[in-house]
Ligand binder design. Structure first.
Ligand code: AVJ
Length: 338
């Protein structure tokens, strides 16, 4: 952690007028470093297999498009996970125990945790996100809807942070990590990520995590090739964001969406296919594309109960309980340190 880290005892007051801010919310900003995004992006685009990190999907337009994806008939993960969280929230609460500190990395708008709060009744809810303004707004909104809930929002990059923020209430820590976000990571990185979460937990802590399940290629491929073409817009939009961040001159009309299930690696791969021979410029740097060449924009790994068990175990966790829908489309698991 950097020396700029501030404790939770120093809530920031600038943005929202005091009279609109409920008194059950505090906000602390650990000032996550953005890193050199430009350099990271360029180096990805200069590899043999060109690639862009999926985190660059989520500019304002991309976040809107992802919202739309979650409502598509073909895109089952979000609605299925919500069904599971709703149906089994009491059972999940049993594992979390009374008065836990519920921590959510990458909390966004804190939509899904609402399905659990009345069952879990945590001593504190700690939403964490790198986007300070959005986090602050979401935390205030949540706190006003749940006047009994102690909301302690922390602006930080949880992936880069090894230890839990200071100033949290005592009590068992439970990390909530829904949405199959872990699926974006290669298995080895997923293990490292989970190990890191393990450092945050005391002996009795837990992780409540949502994971998309391996299933028939036709269901999977439909979910990433929706009929309305929203996923294609989402994929192509990453180039506009890259143009904005780096000053490249990608022409979004000269790339097309391609998504398929890689059955050997158990992952959906999303690519952008160059439809012509072209040169994209970034200052003096030239990025050459042959017709048919791709930029790999996302992996979305799918797990079987067995393969997720291996990941969890390799990271030092045991799966205490798993919940799924009837069709076994999606899984939510409660992990504890083994
Ligand atoms: C947010 C990473 C879980 O992998 O299904 C949706 C992102 N990409 N459609 C996923 C996504 C294309 C999503 N995750």
């Amino acid at each position: 952690m950097t020396s700029q880290a501030k404790g939770l005892s120093m809530p920031e007051t600038a943005v929202t007028p005091q009279n609109l801010k409920p008194d059950n919310v505090v906000f602390s900003d650990l000032h996550p470093r953005v890193g050199n995004r430009r350099l990271e992006i360029i180096s990805g685009l200069q590899r043999e297999q060109k690639s862009i990190d999926p985190k660059y999907f989520y500019d304002i337009r991309g976040s809107e498009l992802f919202e739309q994806i979650t409502e598509l008939p073909e895109y089952y993960p979000t609605r299925t996970e919500r069904q599971i969280l709703t149906r089994d929230s009491q059972a999940m609460a049993q594992y979390c125990g009374q008065n836990c500190v519920l921590i959510e990395p990458g909390s966004g708008s804190s939509e899904k945790v609402r399905l659990l709060l009345d069952s879990i009744k945590p001593a504190a809810y700690v939403p964490m996100d790198i986007s300070a303004d959005f986090l602050k707004k979401s935390a205030i909104q949540l706190a006003s809807e749940y006047p009994w809930l102690n909301v302690q929002a922390v602006c930080t990059d949880f992936a880069a942070q090894e230890h839990e923020p200071e100033g949290l209430p005592e009590g068992k820590r439970v990390i909530f990590y829904p949405g199959s976000t872990l699926g974006n990571m290669k298995p080895a990185d997923a293990i490292d990520f989970l190990k890191n979460l393990g450092h945050w937990l005391k002996r009795d802590g837990g992780v409540l995590i949502g994971i998309d399940l391996h299933k028939s290629t036709s269901i999977l491929e439909a979910a990433y090739n929706d009929e309305q073409g929203i996923t294609a817009l989402f994929n192509i939009n990453v180039l506009s964001n890259i143009n904005n961040i780096t000053g490249t001159n990608f022409n979004t009309d000269q790339f097309s969406h391609h998504a398929f299930y890689n059955e050997e690696q158990y992952r959906i791969e999303m690519h952008l296919v160059s439809t012509v021979d072209q040169v994209v410029e970034l200052g003096d740097t030239k990025l050459r594309f042959t017709r048919g060449e791709t930029i790999h924009t996302e992996n979305s790994y799918k797990y079987t109960p067995e393969s997720f068990q291996v990941i969890a175990q390799s990271a030092g966790f045991a799966i205490r309980s798993s919940w799924s829908d009837e069709q076994k489309l999606f899984g939510v698991h409660y992990l504890e340190l083994d």
